[in-house]
Design a binder for this molecule. Structure first.
Ligand code: B3K
Ligand code: ZN
Length: 844
């Protein structure tokens, strides 16, 4: 496969003035007729005419009405063209039914749908399929379907025909088409300037009852983007379509978002609180792309974080406003550490803006998305809220209609604040997570904090330079009082000191408040000082972090020194969790432990070889100790979390359920499954039903409930995904691979459906002790299935390969088994370029 470099960017030789497409739909032979107006690009120097095109059958091509015979390869088409403006026309034939890769135009349950980002449009027709070529699209669809949709506004429609026009120039990756027998759940929004927008959520018959929440979330997002960013919607219509077969969560096609049905369909009976929150966030995310991604798009795919980092940042602000900011921040950091830090620690490490790739679909990563969002959060912390708002206004004003770059993005901040952001830019160009450590010195009322930063070198960044790190710092006095306002220490050197003067008694420093930078912080504190922060820190993030650090230290001591669970930790969280004045959701988060995989990372960082079985045992022992420590209060907290009102997915009820279910799990651990069974039988919503089911399985009592669950939900594919996933997630480590294997033999294991495949194998790969079990069975099983899936769906296969990204952390025996699995996949004839790139990087 060919490697593409950021440094090689050149503009396309032509400008596209307009595109007209006609689709004559047929499941096996859809005809696509295109009429594209080109003229020379004055900014280009190379006028060779090349259009991308893959898996197309060209019936005819014309230039200015005269037939031509272009040169065709498996990558595209080239031919001689005039120096003056000209119209290129082509008729191609494609096979939506045969398209199992779910990229381009494909069929899902009898409906036609598309996925073009990043490079799927070239499987629809010949086109300059690159994001810096923007054009208006006119689309005609002919087909025997009641619903025929494309981007923009409807021009006309009659039975079996529809015409659409999208007045906003867009790159081809934002093109979309949907056709099928679909039901609309309608809604309406009036924009701040008084324009009425029709909204629709299109679903398959039978799913009408799962639309109301998504529609509310869309309306809330439209309102929020007006209020907070001043961004108004720009078409008469906004459509969302739910599709069952989809490689990712959702896609922001202009005016026609397409969603994985798991990311939009919701009802209390079938969706958990977490599902509701995720759906709200994804709807917001895709909607926010209308400005950050669509109106302002990316010059090339290296700039992906320009739209993704910013849009993730915006959706996290939205969730913080809709729910609890403290809870959202903690959840985001848990996720960042679990996925992005792991990526940065292994062979897949890459900068937020990568400098080369083979298959761009492999770079829709936690680094580009989540670290990309963290970088924007740091920028906002450094310049302040007002300057951030001004810079964003300038960004929208200056770059509306552009295909922009990270340089453009940083320039608006430089121009509005006068700052030099050249050092800050390293956050975009360097891979790796900085390690930040701090030493304290105390003398005569002066506290000096000396920080050292160091980023481990990686293949992507062999020689990392110091980065700008905003370190939000507070001081907590001996009585638990806050001594000064939080200060943002702006660290720019490899080693740098900051001084706090005029203090009375020595305070405890609360460092990296709100997780103000995506770094690994080492702050040696006495047990008493750490416990002091857990009891008193006014920063909700750092208060939680104090507990998390105590938990991590205790677990590591249990793993490596056979220590007993730390009673100071148990007492500390007991006090916080029993404090009824705190938000139940926050109390529930306090009960969480670092993941087994995070513990493996921490051990690896210390130069040790993690033993997954020992890590698992320590976690179990810690949970037993927690169950014992909370024996006095668990039942009363559980009872206090009962809700006497109809189900509502909002933060308040969800928080209570999450605390109640954390208690249920501790109670079940010490007693038996009776309380869980009672909750299961009484449940009228999926959160309560599924939590109870998980407790029953852990108590060894799950069989009857699992069978009941299956017969109740057999016909609901999204709920059945949970049924498949939970059994793997809750399996004993030595049984996880066998449980997954058995589930693949179930008649409903439709492995070509990405959601179902991920339900089983995504769960297996996050089951740390199960996936890395000494037998190597899980490695071998996953390898078998990845080989099978690659022939059908390379994108989902390549993504699932990340399960192996940490394989070199483990002992020689496990490494040999993982290497054998990887080599077996790599040796598969005709392995896709997607999977080849991923595995070559992982194998190292
Ligand atoms: N932009 C899409 C992701 C496309 C992934 C292509 N492999 C969804 C999103 O980030 O909003
Ligand atoms: Zn996005």
């Amino acid at each position: 496969p060919e490697t593409i470099y950021l440094a090689d960017y050149t503009p396309f030789g032509f400008i596209v003035d307009s595109v007209a497409l006609t689709f004559d739909l047929d499941p096996r032979a859809t005809r696509v007729t295109s009429r594209i107006a080109f003229r020379r690009n004055p900014e280009a120097s190379d006028f060779d005419f090349f259009l991308h095109g893959e898996q197309l059958k060209l019936n005819s091509a014309k230039i200015d009405g005269a037939a031509v015979s272009p040169k065709i390869t498996d990558k595209g088409l080239s031919c001689d063209v005039p120096d003056t403006p000209f119209v290129f026309e082509a008729e191609v034939e494609i096979d939506p039914t045969g398209n199992t890769a779910l990229e381009g135009l494909y069929m899902s349950n009898g409906m036609y749908c598309t996925q073009c980002e990043a490079e799927g449009f070239r499987k629809i027709t010949y086109y300059p399929d690159r994001p810096d070529v923007m054009a208006t699209f006119k689309v005609t669809i002919n087909g025997p379907h009641p619903v025929l949709l494309s981007n923009g506004n409807p021009v006309s429609s009659s039975e079996h025909h529809a015409k659409w026009y999208d007045p906003w120039p867009k790159p081809a990756y934002l093109f979309a088409l949907v056709a099928g027998d679909l039901i609309a759940h309608p809604g309406e929004f009036t924009t701040q300037s008084g324009r009425k927008v029709d909204l629709n959520l299109y679903v398959r018959p039978g799913d009408e009852g799962k639309c109301a929440f998504g529609m509310e979330a869309l309306i809330a997002s439209m309102k929020w983007d007006e209020e907070v960013y001043g961004r108004e919607y720009d078409l008469d219509l906004f459509n969302i379509v739910a599709v069952d077969d989809f490689n990712m969560g959702a896609m922001e096609n202009k005016g026609l978002n397409i969603f994985n049905s798991s990311a939009v369909l919701a009802s209390p009976e079938t969706s958990t609180d977490m599902n509701f929150e995720r759906i709200e966030a994804i709807i917001a995310h895709e909607y926010f792309h209308n400005w950050t991604g669509n109106r302002i798009t990316c010059r090339d795919w290296f700039q992906l974080c320009l739209k993704e980092g910013l849009t993730v940042y915006r959706d996290s602000q939205f969730t913080s406003d809709m729910r609890s900011a403290a809870v959202k921040r903690i959840s985001d950091v848990i996720d960042l550490r679990g996925r992005q830090f792991a990526e940065d620690q292994g062979p897949l490490a890459h900068p937020v803006r990568p400098e080369s790739f083979q298959e761009i679909n492999n770079f829709y990563t936690a680094t580009v998305y989540e670290k990309g969002a963290e970088v924007i959060g740091m920028l906002k912390t450094l310049v302040g809220d007002d300057a951030y708002a001004k810079a964003l206004d300038l960004y929208f004003e200056r770059h509306d209609g552009d295909a922009a770059t990270i340089e453009d993005w940083l320039k608006v901040f430089e121009d509005t604040t006068g700052r030099d952001l050249s050092q800050f830019k390293r956050w975009y160009g360097q891979a790796g997570t900085p390690r930040l450590s701090v030493e304290e010195a105390w003398e005569d009322g002066t506290l000096t904090l000396t920080f050292t930063q160091h980023t481990p070198p990686s293949v992507a960044t062999p020689d990392p330079q110091p980065q700008v790190i905003p370190i939000a710092t507070g001081l907590i006095g001996p009585n638990g009082n806050e001594l000064a306002e939080t200060r943002i220490l702006e660290m720019t050197e490899a080693r740098q000191s900051f001084v706090f003067e005029g203090l009375g008694a020595r305070p405890v420093a609360s460092i990296l408040r709100g997780f103000s930078a995506p770094v690994v912080l080492t702050h040696e504190l006495s047990d008493a000082d750490r416990a002091h922060l857990l009891a008193h820190d006014t920063d909700t993030f750092n208060r939680w972090e104090a507990g998390r650090t105590m938990a991590r230290q205790s677990l590591l001591a249990m793993i490596t020194k056979d220590a007993a669970p730390d009673s100071a930790y148990l007492d500390g969280i007991h006090a916080v969790v029993c404090d009824a004045s705190l938000d139940p959701a926050y109390r529930a988060l306090m009960l969480g432990l670092p993941s087994q995989s995070d513990l493996a990372s921490a051990l690896h960082d210390q130069g040790q070889v993690p033993d997954p079985a020992a890590i698992y045992r320590a976690g179990e022992a810690m949970r037993d100790a927690m169950a014992a420590r909370f024996a006095d209060k668990a039942q009363s907290i559980y009872d206090a979390c009962k809700i006497d009102a109809p189900y509502d997915p909002g933060a308040e009820q969800a928080g209570k359920r999450s605390l109640g279910n954390a208690m249920l799990s501790l109670i079940t651990r010490r007693t038996n499954g009776d309380l869980a069974q009672a909750q299961y039988d009484a449940a009228d919503n999926m959160t309560q039903q599924l939590s109870a089911l998980a407790c029953l399985i852990r108590a060894g009592d799950g069989e009857t409930a699992l069978a009941k669950f299956e017969s109740q939900w057999r016909d609901d594919r999204l709920v059945m995904d949970k049924w498949f996933g939970l059994q793997v997630l809750e399996a004993k480590p030595e049984e996880a691979a066998a449980v997954a294997d058995t589930l693949t033999k179930h008649s409903d294991f439709n492995w070509k459906n990405p959601n179902r495949f991920r339900a089983v194998f995504g769960s297996l790969s996050v089951h740390h002790a199960g996936f890395h079990h000494a037998s190597g069975d899980a490695y071998a099983l996953l390898a078998n299935w990845l080989i099978k899936l690659d022939a059908v769906n390379p994108q989902t296969t390549a993504r699932m390969c990340t399960a192996f990204q940490t394989w070199k952390r483990y002992d020689a025996d496990r490494q040999a088994k993982a290497a054998a699995a990887l080599d077996r996949i790599l040796a598969t004839p005709d392995l896709s370029p997607d999977t080849t790139e991923m595995l070559t990087r992982i194998r190292g």
